[in-house]
Write a protein that binds this ligand. Structure first.
Ligand code: GMT
Length: 382
């Protein structure tokens, strides 16, 4: 199949999933064209049938805000025509799904030949989370997002929870959305008993508690700090924060107020693997995490995850088996539950093993099989 994948190139989970899907499908022999404003950071495996196309952003003094969606639409039209693309697969609805629909309309209307007759490209969209739970619900985006989702031939979400949210908020008929979970590279994210990073993070005898995110409000980073301060009263520990974003200064400020600033390790943007391998617990108390790819990566490294019974996280973290989930908003529960777990060595070790075993259910191969079948299915339909 000939496929264009549209995504954000940055560190966020949607870009990671989109790029990995692109690479895996190209490895299976499909012709894959990745379209974005920059080379995605995970696109690090050169393959002859995997191409990157940069969207040129139009700049003109009249434009206070460059019309990126038009530039993207234009690039998609070019890529579809030049390479005979059969499906545009958008990752994250805004503005990708709308741009893909516009491109489809232009190609249909003009009826230009693409070497196979008329260009009737199919549309697929993977919704990732905040495109449905936050941004897409804003008044300035809602109508076009709802319309663009309705126009897709295939809609996927990383969790059943996000599928239900989308049905409810965007009036998508039941049965139209297919939940396809995120997946993890189990050779890259795996336990490493040597833990080479551990000594850099904490002195001997300290526990290492980790949070990795883009530090947006949805991640509730202050609750990470509050939970940690509860745990810190019961044992020696450091809190490692990996990533960057608008809420990071708040986390630092709160840690100062709570008198635990010296226990914070702010690592910024980093490869998470060695840090997760050196961690004892992973905290993810998000408000509404559609899946929680970072939680899955932690589990693959054998690290139990603590978070809330909210969003799609319970579909990833098996409460009491591979991690522990508290009622939403109870950061005190999170901290004391984490401390209890770390003080119960047999239970903790069993949870470490169970975390890795569960992560193995999210190996790339079977999940890419599902994507591949769903996309090929579009070509079989008229
Ligand atoms: O806000 C983020 O966490 C980034 C965001 C993205 O779109 O890059 O991540 C979302 O997509 C990931 C991949 O499908 C999911 O694992 C994350 O749970 C989801 N984030 C949220 O729903 C908040």
């Amino acid at each position: 199949m000939k496929l264009a994948i549209v995504c954000y190139p940055t560190y966020g989970g949607s870009g990671v999933v989109a790029t990995e899907v692109a690479i895996h499908l190209a490895e299976r022999g499909h012709d894959v064209h990745v379209v974005s404003y920059e080379l995605p950071f995970r696109m690090d495996r050169p393959l002859p049938n995997l191409r990157f196309h940069a969207v040129d952003v139009g700049e003109y003094p009249l434009f206070r805000h460059p019309p990126y969606t038009l530039n993207l639409t234009n690039k998609l039209i070019e890529v579809v025509e030049e390479h005979g693309v059969e499906i545009i697969h958008s990752h994250y609805a805004i503005p990708h799904a709308a741009a893909a629909w516009q491109a489809q309309q232009v190609l249909r209307e003009c009826g230009r030949p693409n070497g196979k007759g008329r260009c009737d490209v199919k549309l697929a969209c993977t919704l990732h989370g905040t495109d449905i739970t936050l941004v897409g619900r804003e008044r300035g985006f809602y109508e076009i997002t709802r319309f663009a989702i309705a126009k897709q031939d295939l809609i996927t979400t990383p969790s059943e929870w996000l599928a239900r949210e989308t049905e409810q908020w965007f009036h998508v008929p039941k049965g139209r959305i297919q939940a396809i979970p995120n997946f993890v590279d189990l050779d890259r994210f795996k336990p490493d008993p040597a833990q080479p990073w551990r000594a850099n993070l904490a002195p001997e005898g300290y526990k290492v508690i980790t949070h990795v995110s883009n530090f947006r409000p949805v991640k509730r980073v202050e609750e990470v700090v509050r939970a940690f301060s509860v745990l810190r009263q019961r044992m020696k520990a450091v809190l490692v924060l990996v990533g960057d974003g608008p809420e990071l200064p708040k986390a630092e400020h709160l840690a100062r107020e709570l008198g635990i600033r010296d226990d914070l390790r702010l690592l910024g943007q980093q490869k998470p693997e060695p840090i997760l391998q050196a961690s004892d617990l992973f905290l993810l108390p998000s408000r509404a995490e559609s899946f929680g790819l970072s939680a899955l990566e932690a589990m693959a490294c054998g690290v139990p995850v603590l978070g809330y019974h909210a969003g799609g996280l319970p579909e990833v973290v098996e409460d009491g088996v591979t991690g522990l989930l508290c009622p939403e908003g109870t950061d005190h529960c999170l901290g004391s539950t984490a401390a209890d777990l770390l003080m119960d060595e047999p239970r903790y070790q069993a949870m470490r093993r169970a975390a890795r075993t569960r992560a193995e259910l999210f190996a790339p191969k079977p999940i890419i099989d599902v994507y591949e079948r769903a996309l090929l299915g579009l070509l079989a339909t008229h």
